[in-house]
Design a protein around this ligand. Structure first.
Ligand code: DLL
Length: 426
């Protein structure tokens, strides 16, 4: 373990720590963040109503819309001059969700990522090939800080530029790589094309996340790269990568760093808190963050909580692989896309009906998005213009397909499923 005094904290002490930290957090939010105070008041709760962990269920949830409504920094709980970094993730309206870190938050970030990378097999002295994107996305800089804290030598290659990645893997001989699972497959294929067999590749460990993936992908990555692959989970609103990570000796469920992030599982329809072991939406409170702490953040990710396994000595609970999302966020080659973003572009152009459908497919190892629309006039130029606008405004390459008006699925009273995912078990 990287921090055994925290990771193996006896459960009664861990629960007491969580309660104490949550009490400080809600008091601070009530005092410093008008939007939280308004939410507390609307529900008739006060910070001192939090006497046990079960009382948390009475407190308000935070949703992505709260961050959007308070764009860019309306939920800050600290003074602006205390900030040391900004990250952002794409939102539904074109405006990103902005998250902010002070010095304490960056310290927490590095610690939880260092723990994660240690659990994944990383050790001081190793070389770490970091192919998560650097920039506003939390993946690159987030894992970078943790790798340095752990004492690894980081190669900040960022995403893309596959040929260069292959070259540097051959030349610098890293032991550990971090990237999205889909990109790990792309790299494996490219290394194979250079005549590298798995046993020739220096890599021993892969830390994969930022998008849903399955054990089938794990088996493929492991076989092709000659590594042991673990799952890293996280989200910008809570911190970035490093909310949880599997232990490489088990590869079964990701240890959730519960001394910083308090997890709950809620029924997606009723909002009721569910017991451990049941599937529902993961809700997280970033207890130890100080710049922009979020209380009971509705991640939208469907998972379940599992007890720690005995082998590693950790006491913290694990979370299962993300089974899907309660909303309709699409993660296409690592880029977050909401159908509503496509809709906004489409409708903004005024030449298609509001009825559209998204089909996700997989050719080889790449995900593809086909946007089916009902065009008011049949023209190849329109199709190309929509594809161009979506690339420019949303940042993803899609294929647009024109259909005659009236032919695409309509709502039958309940929710209309805008997305058909034909990618199967990955
Ligand atoms: O994706 C942070 C991250 C970077 C995690 C690098 C892991 C590695 P966001 O861009 O805010 O942050 O996207 C967060 O991505 O709510 C999940 O839906 C999805 N996600 C992240 N990790 C996993 C994972 C980063 N291991 C959203 N499995 C989350 C499945 C994941 N989905």
């Amino acid at each position: 373990m990287f921090q055994p005094e925290r990771e193996a904290l006896p459960l009664p002490q861990l629960r007491a720590l969580q309660l104490a930290q949550l009490q400080v957090m809600v008091a601070r939010q009530y005092e410093r963040v008008p939007a939280y105070r308004a939410k507390f008041d609307a529900l008739g709760v006060r910070p001192d109503d939090l006497q046990t962990l079960d009382d948390l269920a009475r407190f308000p949830l935070t949703r992505k819309s709260d961050l959007r409504e308070n764009y860019p920094l309306g939920l800050l709980a600290t003074d602006r001059d205390q900030l040391r970094r900004i990250h952002a993730s794409s939102g539904t309206t074109g405006k990103p969700t902005v998250v902010a870190y002070d010095a304490n938050d960056l310290n927490v970030f590095s610690d939880v990522v260092a723990r994660s990378l240690y659990a994944a097999g990383g050790r001081p002295g190793m070389t770490f090939h970091n192919a998560y994107g650097y920039g506003l996305f939390t993946g690159g800089l987030g894992t970078h800080g943790g790798a340095e804290r752990l004492g690894m030598c980081t190669v900040p290659i960022s995403g893309g530029g596959t040929e260069k990645q292959v070259q540097l893997i051959q030349d610098l001989e890293p032991q550990i790589i971090a990237c999205t699972p889909s990109y790990a497959l792309v790299l494996a294929e490219a290394l194979g094309r250079c005549g590298m067999r798995p046993e020739d590749i220096s890599l021993q460990y892969a830390v994969l996340g930022a998008e849903p993936w399955s054990n089938k992908t794990r088996t493929e990555v492991e076989a092709r790269l000659g590594v042991k692959a673990t799952n890293i989970y996280g989200l910008s609103e809570i911190i970035g990568p490093g909310v949880s990570n599997e232990d490489v000796s088990e590869q079964r469920g990701s240890y959730l760093w519960e001394d910083h992030f308090y997890p709950e599982i809620l029924d997606p329809d009723t909002g009721e808190v569910l017991p451990d072991g049941e599937w529902g939406v993961l809700v997280l409170s970033s207890m130890t963050r100080t710049a922009l702490p979020v209380l009971r953040y509705w991640t939208g990710d469907i998972t379940r909580l599992l007890p720690a396994q005995n082998g590693t000595g950790r006491t913290m609970r694990r979370m299962d692989q993300i089974r899907g999302r309660s909303d309709d966020l699409i993660i296409l080659r690592g880029v977050n896309v909401y159908p509503t973003q496509l809709e906004a572009v489409l409708l903004g152009m005024g030449q298609a009906s509001p009825h559209y459908h998204v089909i996700l497919t997989r050719t080889g190892i790449m995900d593809d998005l086909t946007l089916q629309i009902e065009a008011l006039s049949e023209s190849a130029a329109l199709r190309q213009e929509i594809e161009r606008q979506i690339k420019a405004q949303v940042g993803v390459t899609v294929r647009c397909e024109l259909h005659v008006p009236g032919s695409l699925p309509r709502s039958e009273g309940g929710k209309l499923r805008r997305v058909t995912d034909l990618r199967g078990d990955r």
